[in-house]
Design a protein around this ligand. Structure first.
Ligand code: UDX
Length: 439
């Protein structure tokens, strides 16, 4: 199948390379010259485990990269994988890149072609785009993407579900919709053959599936972080509480890790865009709880700065603070809305002398917060520290040796922002151990 992928970020670059690895002939298009330049040389433009190997493994000639949108001509399937960031000063999603992509490919579409929306959009967008595409004779399918950064390659090649939002008439897929679905079945023959479940639905449901899933995940995280607040008020331990409630299969232990909360390019902006859309639809009350989900999440960052102040005898002004981790989660170099970077920056703004380190995200963070002091290793970062904050749970931080680290710091004080260290081990090595939601 000849495939075009428009937008080569965390989603599109992985999608393009994955589709080529399945034997399709793929062209990836992006406006960013640097990104396309790297991909052309077979280099991943960002850190994503498995992507360099995937790029190297694809048969020569099956995968090309370009900044020229006319190169999509001749593709049967066009995947729209561009970002939908939060609008500046508003909760709504900025749809400009989706709209521009559709405009760019429109002159090159032929009847029977399939445009596939993967970007996360407010419900109602697909219906509007389908109407715009009608004169071309191409069909639109809404096929949301659920990949997690850090696991993007395997999530793309082995998705836990595949959703097709098809054009419908009275609730029944139209003939053009059925034909488009058959084309997508060919594209996804490998994962479907492996048994990835397929859910066929209308446009509205497909668009809602994505934001509903992300809202549920965000709610689960904020639920456990709200419990952490209760634990702090009562002396209980949120990690034991999560283990205990997580044994109930109806609840499940995943996404019950309390700590600094969620960040990244998806969860925060998706719940906000969802609330904004609900407001436009006159059903804001249905999503009012997401305001609390957002508020609980943001409070964790403030609380962490307070905790740093508390262990530093009431003030962080002039104190040396070391922050381990800058990425919004491990196995990623993404710092978009990163709780780690947010807390590091806050402490710097409040007068602390902040040294940060991250195995992958330091370069991105340096561009955004050049005033922070950057170190290459945790040991270098911890030199002379009055307090250390573990903010992103990279495995190498989980495995730090408290005795060795204790040799380089000024004061043995550690704040476990992700609840992953063993308090007994650290306390026995002479450290003051504090965490959110733990005694
Ligand atoms: C998310 C969704 O998981 C994915 O399905 C969707 O396609 C895009 O958005 P991603 O942003 O890559 O993926 O990260 P995810 O693994 O969901 O983590 C999001 C944030 O929640 C991170 O900051 C992480 O540290 C935090 N988190 C996660 C917690 O604080 N506690 C948890 O228990 C789990």
């Amino acid at each position: 199948m000849r495939i075009a992928v428009i937008g080569c970020g965390y989603l599109g670059a992985v999608h393009a390379a994955s589709m080529a690895s399945l034997g399709h002939e793929v062209v990836g298009v992006d406006v960013d010259e640097a990104k396309i330049g790297a991909l052309r040389q077979g280099r991943a433009p960002f850190f994503e485990p498995g992507l360099p190997e995937l790029l190297a493994s694809v048969d020569e000639g099956l995968l090309t990269w370009t900044t020229d949108p006319s190169q999509v001509a001749g593709a049967k399937v066009h995947f729209v994988c561009v970002g939908t960031p939060q609008m500046r000063g508003e909760f709504r999603a900025d749809l400009r890149y989706v709209e521009e992509s559709i405009e760019q490919i429109t002159p090159h579409l032929a009847p029977g072609d399939v445009v596939v929306g993967k970007s996360t959009v407010p419900v109602g967008t697909a219906e509007r785009l389908a109407a715009d595409l009608e004169p071309t004779g191409a069909a639109l399918v809404w096929n949301p993407e659920f990949l997690r950064e850090g696991f993007a390659v395997s999530d793309t090649l082995h998705p836990d579900r595949i959703v097709y939002g098809l054009p419908t008439d009275n609730g029944v897929p139209t003939a053009a919709g059925e034909a488009a679905a058959a084309v997508l079945d060919e594209v996804y023959a490998a994962p479907l053959g492996e048994g990835s479940p397929k859910v066929v639905t209308d446009y509205a449901t497909a668009q809602l599936v994505k934001v509903a899933a992300n809202s549920f995940l965000a709610t689960k995280i904020s639920f456990i972080n709200a419990m952490a607040e209760l634990c702090e008020a009562t002396g209980a331990d949120v990690t034991a509480l999560a283990d205990a409630i997580g044994h109930d299969v109806r609840i499940g232990r995943q996404f019950l890790n309390a700590g600094l909360g969620f960040g990244g390019g998806c969860l925060p902006k998706d719940i906000r865009a969802f609330m904004a859309r609900a407001g436009e639809l006159g059903v804001f009350d249905a999503l009012r709880f997401l305001q609390e989900v957002d508020a609980v999440n943001m409070r964790r960052r403030v609380r962490m700065v307070d905790l740093a102040r508390e262990v530093c005898d009431g003030s962080i002004v002039g104190r040396r603070v070391t922050v381990l981790g800058l990425a919004f989660k491990p196995h990623s170099d993404d710092i978009r809305d990163s709780p780690a970077l947010s807390v590091a920056a806050q402490m710097q703004l409040q007068g602390a002398y902040v040294t940060v380190t991250d195995p992958q995200a330091a370069d991105n963070a340096r561009v955004k917060w050049p005033d922070l002091r950057f170190a290459d290793t945790p040991e270098e970062a911890a030199e002379g520290a009055d307090v250390i904050l573990l903010a992103t749970e990279w495995p190498q931080y989980r495995d730090l040796d408290p005795t060795a680290l204790g040799q380089v710091v000024a004061h043995r004080r550690i704040l476990d922002g992700r609840n992953i260290l063993d308090p007994i081990v650290w306390r026995s090595a002479g450290w003051t151990y504090r965490a959110l939601g733990r005694p």
